[in-house]
Design a protein around this ligand. Structure first.
Ligand code: NAD
Ligand code: UGA
Length: 471
């Protein structure tokens, strides 16, 4: 018979742990959900009375936290106690690309996962179901299991004996729409061997997810399916971005091409928006992980195929900064450029791997002075990302601008890098009056109304527009 789950512990209060557990708490009022993190500051932010100051900006999240926090949803640094009390533990820690050692630059760095498994091995009691929520290389469950079993084997305690089941339950939410994705998922994937453990986890999701959407597979298929899903999604973006470059050289329009191919049911219309290149913490790292695994298993052709998706993305980001330089007479020295958007997509404050980082660095390298606006990303984050010290005020090459109204003053160009809704409503007539002629608008997200820009006597470059018909 299935064990009734009364207490959940989630290790990692980040972009996945926070929203995922908030939704579980909201949907399962009879279950206590404890989220723990080693980062004290982050936990304080999650516990802030002002819900506008949660560490993650995600539409709908603050409402749920407001409803459940302090009732059946708790954020804390008390890792030992919360692991000890839990019936089921979700590991939702970061798994970035390794920076050193074997697999450097490609393989996932599993040190935080290993540390979490060791914490569970040390502090858990009775029977515990351990769920891999983080995105992990195939066969990581084996590593987690051996850490857990080794601890029990070497443990001096006799009774109660501790036992474990390990399940894979990857997360498919996208940032910016996380709450919607969690409340109405396309599918929930559970990989495992033990039916009782699988049913315990299934029982949680069953409260709001239709049974037909809960897919059960073996552990390894579940782990690999997560990497593959991200690789396929990223591959679509590199595909359409490669076509945007071809459109610009042939007179075709990438939006028309996307609409034409997307009407084919076999291709589908989503994820065909050409942009400045994909960003986010996962696409690149998950594909590189797939590349590493393929190489490890002696499949260089498979590795090369997937590495091409990342290569194209890097090339595409540089392509955009190069064309901005070219249009501004081949030099950016001392020119003021307004950067609209720094987050890797709209509706998030996350900048990890944002294309804006590479493009801004390239522009600064060419001598430009950037004035950067983003409604949710703060100056500290931009400073860390650009890794350029602004200490010497004489030589500052970028500034954060809080009000979009002031950003165009004496600017030679405005570059839209994130599709924030407010950028589609800019009054270009007014902006043009304060820009330095001949001024440019570079729209990498296809969100401006071209007529409004052009009639304001501004030059417009838009991604994937053949023969630059707006010039
Ligand atoms: P994150 O960096 O936002 O959060 C991870 C958190 O884990 C951090 O707050 C960190 O302090 C904490 N942590 C690390 N080691 C710990 C330990 N030993 N004990 C307690 N806390 C610890 O990362 P994220 O974006 O939430 O991603 C987590 C995982 O989920 C990754 O594997 C990622 O690939 C995957 N994923 C992310 C997304 C996304 O949209 N961000 C979507 C699906 C899957
Ligand atoms: C992505 C996946 O969509 C999620 O299913 C997955 O769970 C998650 O990665 C993960 O594993 O982390 P996310 O990175 O949050 O989610 O956001 P996406 O909407 O996928 O966007 C990724 C990047 O692709 C963004 O930079 C976005 O602007 C870009 N993109 C997306 C395009 O350029 N064109 C599109 O048509 C769609």
């Amino acid at each position: 018979m299935n064990k009734r789950i009364q207490k959940i512990c989630c290790i990692g209060a980040g972009y996945v742990g926070g929203p995922t557990m908030a939704v579980i708490a909201d949907k399962c009022p009879d279950i206590i959900v404890n989220i723990v993190d080693i980062n004290e500051n982050k936990i304080n932010q999650w516990n802030n009375n002002n819900l506008d100051l949660l560490p993650i900006y995600e539409p709908g999240l603050a409402d749920i936290v407001g409803r459940c926090r302090g009732i059946n949803l708790h954020f804390s640094n008390l890792i030992e106690e919360n692991i000890r009390d839990a019936d089921i533990i979700f590991i939702s820690v970061n798994t970035p690309t390794k920076k050193n050692g074997i697999g450097k630059g490609k393989a996932s760095d599993l040190r935080w996962v290993e540390e979490s498994a060791r914490q569970v091995a040390k502090f858990s009691s009775g029977h515990t179901i351990v769920v891999e929520k983080s995105t992990l290389p195939v066969r990581t469950a084996e590593v987690i299991k051996s850490i857990l079993e080794a601890e029990v084997l070497h443990s001096k305690e006799k009774i109660p004996k501790r036992t474990f089941d390990v399940l894979s339950n990857p997360e498919f939410l996208a940032e910016g729409s996380a709450i919607k994705d969690l409340e109405k998922p396309d599918r929930v994937l559970i990989g495992g061997e033990n039916h009782d453990a699988i049913n315990c986890l299934r029982d949680i999701y069953r409260r709001w997810v239709p049974e037909s959407k809960i897919l059960i597979t073996n552990v390894w298929s579940s782990e690999l399916a997560k990497l593959t899903a991200n690789a396929f999604l990223a591959q679509r973006i590199s595909s359409i971005n490669s076509i945007s470059a071809l459109c610009e050289n042939t007179g075709a329009d990438v939006r028309e091409v996307a609409r034409a191919i997307g009407s084919d049911k076999r291709i589908g219309s989503e994820f065909l928006d050409s942009g400045p290149g994909f960003g986010g913490s996962c696409f690149k790292k998950d594909i590189l992980n797939l590349v590493y695994l393929s190489e490890y298993f002696g499949l260089p052709e498979v590795a090369d195929f997937w590495e091409g998706v990342v290569r194209l993305n890097n090339w595409h980001q540089h392509r955009i900064s190069k064309l901005i330089t070219k249009k501004l007479f081949g030099t950016l020295s001392g020119k003021k450029i307004a950067i609209l958007g720094f987050a890797f997509k709209a509706n998030t404050n996350d900048t990890r791997e944002s294309s804006a980082i590479q493009i801004c660095r390239d522009l600064i390298e060419e001598g430009a002075i950037l004035f950067i606006h983003d409604p949710k990303v703060d100056e500290n984050q931009i400073s860390k990302d650009l890794n350029l010290l602004n200490e010497n005020s004489q030589k500052r090459n970028w500034f954060k601008v809080e009000s979009i109204n002031k950003i165009f003053f004496e600017a030679d160009a405005a570059v839209i890098l994130t599709e924030w809704q407010q950028y589609s409503q800019i009054n270009w007539g007014k902006a043009a009056l304060s820009m330095r002629s001949p001024a440019w608008v570079f729209d990498t997200r296809s969100i401006v109304n071209p007529e409004n820009v052009v009639k304001s006597n501004l030059n417009l470059w838009r991604i994937g527009d053949g023969y630059n018909k707006f010039i």
